[in-house]
Design a protein around this ligand. Structure first.
Ligand SMILES: Cc1cc2nc3c(=O)[nH]c(=O)nc-3n(C[C@H](O)[C@H](O)[C@H](O)COP(=O)(O)OP(=O)(O)OC[C@H]3O[C@@H](n4cnc5c(N)ncnc54)[C@H](O)[C@@H]3O)c2cc1C
Length: 569
């Protein structure tokens, strides 16, 4: 459990036993990134962005009692009404709880938290335990004209949670964390009914205990919820095999003021415009998702992630496309560009003894083959299923890798990648401590457009770095492959000045503009929130945006449900 004890919160009330991340950053207290055993990391960061990790932290998070948190505006009438529904201990107005529920975890959010920027904070956090309690809170939201913001794990990075700064009405954050159970597994239909507030580890523990897995593993897995995944159209790293959350979601229940929308879990339906699809990605604007029926799979007999190296980024991309076109069916296809590859090696522990010799031998071998090692790209490909399936697929992929000039480097790096995959987010807070800002932007585009898009994103980001006067780093990987194209995931970083938010906005805008200009989408899996809303009209067309706004306006005429998100209105 995260240590959520505030330093000073006059009038704070302890909430129920629901897991939250630390108020100022990613993950749990007491866990942090460090680089003492990674000798190549500090020199890499110094070379790429000029930040000196050897110096003491310069922008550590403030003490909680230094924050200026607007007082709760919850009226005693509304407090009593909500307490009647969920019990007094589950209506929390303490400052710490309200701050934890204000933002997600984007770099904008982290900078604002460290900068003591809290224009509007929820006035209360309410913890329902059942769907009928959710229904009564939804009714209260309409009756008292409250703003209700469903809260999952608070991990989104697009501004999907923050109350609008000029919101005059009372704002209630509806924390779904007590609805965290797998309710039922239909072994014939291979679907499970799961409560929306269940976090990734809750889900997998309960399913694994019965021999099943959902197979949804976003990088934020440890701190995000099923309801949040559905409400943002999330995608996990094994989507090549299991699909995105939109594919996995077969049915759901969503509470609205006029009752519960029930999407039954049938294999496929021809029942007019898809309500299921309308609710996917709705970011709390159409109602509160209480339960989702997802497809599940037997825990595979065998699971392996193998590492490969390609001589260039172009070769790596071409190999991923060829794998997508082939009969192979891997669970993960991922290839990093040369800078991200260098970063991966820089964040590895120093090789010693036999592994150092192997590494040196490999480098000599690749040089003899004519590789320029500064252009080399690291790839991970995952395999899951029966022993036979894994073996056949590894053979199919090996042929494709060879054809594209790559080589296999075995299981070792894949095992490490698999073990460390959920630790990377801690790096951002550490970097921020040292005056560096880092964030991500992701898109998807058809195979034929990926390389031109990649080239333009690089050029646009570098122009933006120059404009704001920083030495910036941008790196990329292909993270999810589809029949028709793939997701490209960019990470950018720079040493920020006093105007970090303005600098960030310039770089982020340059990248998002390039996505749209080059035929990509505004977001492959992070959703829209407030952050991506300015590009939505260009992405879905203006008539498309008007249609979406029409749906939101008619579904929520008084704008009680997370107003402002997705469409910006
Ligand atoms: C370090 C890091 C790594 C990430 N990696 C990935 C990744 O690999 N893949 C990926 O897809 N995303 C990733 N994300 C983004 C984020 O984890 C996802 O957007 C996730 O789906 C959010 O889930 P959550 O439970 O935290 O939702 P929250 O952040 O709490 O909420 C997000 C939105 O969903 C709404 N919502 C939440 N629950 C409900 C509900 N029950 N009913 C209705 N609306 C609801 C909220 O109102 C809000 O609008 C990452 C984020 C970070 C910080």
């Amino acid at each position: 459990m995260t240590d959520l004890k505030p330093k000073t919160t006059a009038g704070a009330v302890d909430g129920p036993d629901v897991k939250h991340m630390k108020w100022w950053g990613w993950g749990v207290e007491g866990t942090a990134f460090h680089h003492e055993d990674k000798p190549a990391f500090a020199p890499f960061v110094k070379k790429m962005v000029g930040v000196d990790l050897g110096s003491d932290a310069i922008t550590a998070a403030p003490a909680f009692d230094e924050l200026d948190i607007p007082a709760s505006r919850l009226s005693s009438e509304v407090a009593s009404s909500l307490s009647l529904v969920v019990g007094e201990g589950n209506v929390v107005t303490g400052d710490l709880e309200r701050v934890v529920h204000t933002y997600g975890k984007s770099i904008r959010d982290l900078i604002r938290i460290r900068g003591n920027i809290f224009p509007r904070v929820p006035d209360a956090v309410v913890y329902p335990a059942t769907e009928s309690e959710v229904a009564k809170i939804v009714a209260a939201a309409v009756e008292y004209d409250l703003v209700l913001i469903p809260f999952g794990g608070g991990s989104n990075i697009v501004g999907s949670l923050e109350p609008m700064p000029d919101e005059e009405r009372m704002v209630v954050s509806l924390d779904m964390g007590r609805l965290d159970r797998v309710l039922d597994i239909d072994e014939d239909g291979r679907v499970a009914r799961i409560q929306a507030g269940a976090q990734g580890p809750d889900i997998e523990e309960q399913l694994n205990a019965k021999g099943w897995t959902m197979g949804h593993f976003p990088d934020s897995f440890t701190h995000s919820t099923l309801g949040g995944w559905v409400a943002t159209r999330s995608s996990g790293m094994q989507s090549d095999k299991f699909g995105d959350i939109a594919d996995m979601t077969k049915g759901l229940r969503m509470v609205r003021p006029d009752g519960v929308v029930v999407i039954r879990a049938v294999p496929s339906a021809s029942t007019g415009p898809s309500l299921r699809e309308m609710i996917l990605g709705s970011e709390g604007r159409l109602g509160v998702i209480t339960e989702v029926t997802v497809q599940v799979h037997r825990i595979p007999e065998q699971r392996e992630i193998l590492a490969y190296l390609f001589p260039t980024w172009e070769a790596g991309l071409a190999a991923m496309q060829a794998i997508a076109e082939s009969d192979a069916n891997p669970s993960v296809t991922r290839v990093s560009n040369e800078i991200e590859t260098e970063m991966s090696f820089a964040t590895s522990k120093e090789s010693k003894g036999v592994s150092a010799l192997v590494m040196q031998g490999l480098q000599r071998f690749l040089k003899v083959k004519g590789w320029d090692l500064t252009k080399m790209c690291l790839s991970f490909i995952g395999y899951e299923g029966s022993e036979e399936h894994v073996s056949i697929n590894q053979k199919l992929v090996a042929k494709i890798v060879k054809k594209h000039g790559g080589i296999g480097v075995g299981k070792g790096p894949g095992v490490l990648y698999d073990q460390k995959k959920f630790d990377t987010p801690y790096l951002r807070d550490f970097f921020l401590d040292h005056g560096g800002a880092a964030d991500v932007s992701e898109t998807s585009a058809p195979w034929s457009k990926l390389l031109p898009l990649y080239t333009e994103v690089y050029a646009a980001a570098n122009r933006a770095f120059e404009k704001v006067g920083v030495q910036g780093l941008i790196m990329a990987h292909l993270s999810h492959s589809y029949h028709s194209g793939a997701c490209l995931y960019f990470t950018f970083a720079f040493e920020h000045g006093d105007n970090a938010l303005e600098q960030y906005d310039v770089v982020k805008k340059a990248i998002q503009d390039a996505f749209i200009q080059e035929g990509g989408t505004v977001s492959h899996h992070h959703g829209v929130g407030l952050e991506h809303a300015p590009w939505l009209g260009q992405d879905v067309s203006l008539p498309g945006l008007a249609l979406m706004q029409g749906l939101l306006d008619s579904a929520d005429p008084k704008r009680n449900f997370n107003p402002g998100k997705v469409t910006g209105k």
